[in-house]
Design a protein around this ligand. Structure first.
Ligand SMILES: Nc1ncnc2c1ncn2[C@@H]1O[C@H](COP(=O)(O)OP(=O)(O)OP(=O)(O)O)[C@@H](O)[C@H]1O
Ligand SMILES: [Mg+2]
Length: 752
């Protein structure tokens, strides 16, 4: 009976949104799940306990320092004693601001209790041996199951034993949310104020002080720091955590820290110790890269997690996840929270709305639901909100991208629903096509996601895919460096003084095509010279200062010469966030009509500027946003980004001037940054891209959709049924030639 109620609610909801493609939940009315009402959990009948046996096998196979390895095998067999499932320690509710003052309150909470918690972690009995081992090694690869205590404990052990020799221990994280929350936890455990002994440094936020010795930071931040000091002299130990993620920044850091370690040795400076950590990595590959570094294996997870596979393949993972959630919600007691993995902002927001709507129809059929989205573009304070304790008697549901996949401990999570997909960047150096696509996760990612359910007590993970599908997943995630446009990486390496890019010590070398393509791109942008060797130009040096794609940095810097930085900063900020326009399917016509007043025949960039100016003139009024179908959240974010970019311009002493109403100068600046992304109208009325000579079309969301300008530049290409250009401006072809005569001489279309 209850099943039918939920089913009814879902159907009602879906019917009213049946045409809503933007919500990503269309065509679900004939979903097989709804044709049977004999229980939704039927397709989750197989039960499996996670064993991580494969990982144990790999760790053993490393042929290094066999004596140490044997020791480690002994130490690692500490498992078996599962801590009793007592309720998690009481901690004060984290405020959404993670300021020093808030940290100071948390810093002293329940230190004694936290010490007891620490002692129960699987890593704890290995403390002494582990510390000794690491003390004696230059480089160590540490592998231990999720939740065993690597990230929070190892830096503390090393600090307590003085292995850091008074200098700073840096611990990198691929994501800012992990760096912030883990440092908060470690500060609490050490009974100190956040920003004192333990601190963090993420983009635009540095919570450290003179006394900070354990510093959690994003990999991007450490890489940025290394451009100022390639020897990384501030640090005695660098821990590259979550190495399996193979983010582009961590991959470059591998080579950079290895070089720093070697150069410091050569120069007789203080040694640099490198620790590479993960729960799931290809240890042979890592060990070989780091000169056969010993692998220290920690066994024992804190709490068991049961895994259920779907018995049938699910064509619609969003729906299957929502169905699974409500099945759990109906049956499970309150305060057992759920974490659902999805792919991106739009999908997450639509799922959050869907869950909230359904729950309104389910009053009395489960505890009240607190539904929170979590994705990178969400402002920091909203991201941290998901870590707050769930009100007593409720259930928290977090719908997140893979930013919640590694490292983090979210209070209360008992269930994970893993859709098995992720949005990944893919790049084709031949076509210059850089696109985001939804792809299957790797086994390593699936294990990480599962691990999020067993942090504070035993948990359960529902995989929205069959076991056979899981078997077909790649073992490890393809490194980002092998599937991205490399111009930012090459710029960073040059800033580090590494000019022989091709022979840089990459763990997995990108293709020559990609590397050479990136150098050409930077050369065309005027960021490098290629005379004797590849070197940064003064313009290139300034470009390094901006945390932006080099094409956008160039646009900003050229705007200075064209006296329109004021406007370009607004446009670039609007481009740095997800869409500021909100178009509900049911009010589509009304939304388009209302926003007509912002549209410029010059293209999307000037349209964005018009929206920005209008928003500023009403001082960010909420009602105004609502009436005009403008996404308030993304507008606020754009303003935040703008403030930060403006700060960099001020530091570089760039005059921030306005061009008033002259928009041609803005489009000219964009042409100087994006001349590689130019398209030309053909006689037949179709566009072709000037760089690849491939047909491209104007995206239906563009303000130029119905127009046929002779030349346009665009910010990105998206491949769906066609290759669509998004975020376009009309340009004068003379500007393109002026921007890069060399580039266009080669690419000039053949007559006829
Ligand atoms: N913010 C937190 N709140 C509550 N408990 C926490 C928090 N952070 C860590 N813990 C506890 O400490 C344990 C160890 O966490 P830690 O992050 O060090 O594990 P890990 O070995 O690095 O795991 P992973 O491989 O998943 O990153 C967690 O399982 C959890 O029980
Ligand atoms: Mg960790």
């Amino acid at each position: 009976m209850r099943n039918e109620n939920v089913e009814h609610a879902l159907l009602t909801y879906l019917r009213s949104n049946a045409n809503d493609k933007s919500r990503g939940i269309c065509k679900r009315l004939d979903h097989p799940e709804f044709k049977c009402s004999n229980g939704w959990l039927d397709h989750f009948k197989d039960r499996h306990n996670i064993t991580f046996k494969k990982i144990c096998g790999e760790a053993k196979s490393v042929d290094v320092n066999s004596e140490a390895m044997n020791d480690w095998w002994k130490i690692s067999h500490i498992k078996g004693k599962m801590p009793s499932e007592e309720p998690p320690f009481k901690k004060k509710k984290l405020s959404s601001q993670h300021s020093h003052s808030h940290a100071s309150q948390n810093g002293f909470v329940n230190t004694h209790k936290l010490q007891q918690e620490r002692r129960k972690l699987p890593i704890f009995p290995a403390k002494h041996k582990l510390t000794q081992q690491i003390r004696s090694l230059d480089t160590a690869i540490v592998i231990g199951e999720t939740g065993s205590g690597k990230t929070t404990q190892i830096p503390q052990f090393l600090h307590e034993a003085g292995v850091h020799r008074g200098s700073i221990i840096a611990v990198t994280q691929p994501r800012r949310v992990a760096a912030i929350t883990v440092s908060q936890r470690v500060a609490q455990e050490s009974g100190t104020l956040l920003g004192h002994l333990v601190g963090y440094s993420v983009r635009f936020e540095d919570v450290t002080s003179e006394s900070t010795k354990i510093k959690y930071m994003t990999d991007g931040m450490l890489l940025r720091e290394s451009t100022l000091d390639p020897l990384m002299k501030r640090y005695s130990i660098i821990v590259l955590d979550e190495a399996h993620e193979r983010t582009i920044h961590t991959d470059v850091l591998f080579g950079v820290v290895k070089k720093a370690q070697r150069d410091r040795k050569k120069k007789g400076l203080k040694p640099l110790k490198i620790i590479v950590m993960s729960a799931t990595m290809d240890v042979d590959h890592f060990s070989n890269y780091f000169n056969k570094a010993p692998v220290l294996y920690l066994e024992g997870r804190q709490y068991p997690v049961q895994v259920y596979y779907s018995t049938t393949s699910q064509s619609d993972y969003v729906m299957a996840a929502v169905v699974t959630l409500f099945q759990l919600h109906r049956d499970q007691p309150p305060n057992q929270d759920v974490l659902i993995f999805m792919t991106g902002q739009e999908e997450i927001e639509s799922t959050v709305r869907c869950i909230r709507d359904i729950s309104k129809d389910m009053v009395g059929e489960g505890p009240p639901l607190v539904v929170c989205p979590l994705y990178a573009a969400l402002p920091s304070h909203l991201q941290l909100k998901v870590f707050n304790k769930t009100p007593q008697g409720s259930r928290k549901v977090i719908v997140a991208t893979n930013i919640a996949e590694t490292s983090v401990t979210i209070h209360g999570i008992k269930f994970v629903i893993d859709t098995g997909v992720v949005k990944a960047k893919l790049y084709n150096p031949n076509s210059g096509l850089d696109l985001l696509k939804v792809v299957r996760i790797s086994k390593a990612q699936a294990l990480q996601r599962t691990g999020r359910a067993g942090r504070e007590s035993s948990g359960t993970c529902y995989r929205i895919y069959t076991e056979e599908e899981f078997d077909s997943f790649k073992k490890n995630t393809v490194p980002e460096i092998l599937r991205c446009n490399l111009s930012s990486v090459v710029l960073q390496l040059l800033a580090l003084g590494i000019s022989d890019i091709v022979n840089f010590d990459f763990m997995d070398k990108p293709s020559m095509e990609s590397l050479i393509g990136a150098v050409h791109q930077l050369h065309s942008l005027g960021a490098v010279t290629k005379e004797d060797c590849i070197k940064l130009t003064p313009l290139g040096k300034q470009m390094v200062s901006f945390p932006l794609d080099p094409r956008l940095s160039k646009t900003v810097l050229i705007a200075k010469d064209n006296h329109c930085l004021e406007e370009i900063l607004s446009i670039v900020s609007m481009l740095s966030v997800d869409s500021v326009m909100f178009t509900p399917q049911s009010k589509r016509e009304e939304a388009l009509e209302t926003r007509k007043k912002f549209i410029s025949s010059d293209g999307d960039h000037v349209t964005y500027l018009n929206i920005y100016r209008a928003y500023k003139s009403v001082r960010g009024n909420k009602e105004w946003c609502h009436e005009n179908f403008i996404n308030l959240r993304n507008m606020k974010l754009a303003l935040e980004v703008r403030k930060q970019l403006r700060g960099i311009c001020v530091k570089l002493e760039l005059p921030i001037e306005s061009c008033g109403q002259d928009t041609s100068v803005l489009r000219k600046c964009l042409a100087f940054g994006f001349f590689m992304n130019a398209a030309e109208l053909q006689k037949e009325g179709e566009f072709i891209s000037l760089s690849s000579r491939k047909p491209v079309s104007i995206h239906p969301s563009s303000s130029l959709f119905m127009c046929k300008p002779a030349y346009v530049i665009y910010n990105e290409l998206i491949q769906t049924t066609k290759c669509y250009m998004r975020d376009l401006s009309v340009v004068d072809p003379d500007w393109l030639y002026e921007a890069a005569p060399h580039y266009f001489r080669k690419k000039k279309p053949k007559p006829g």
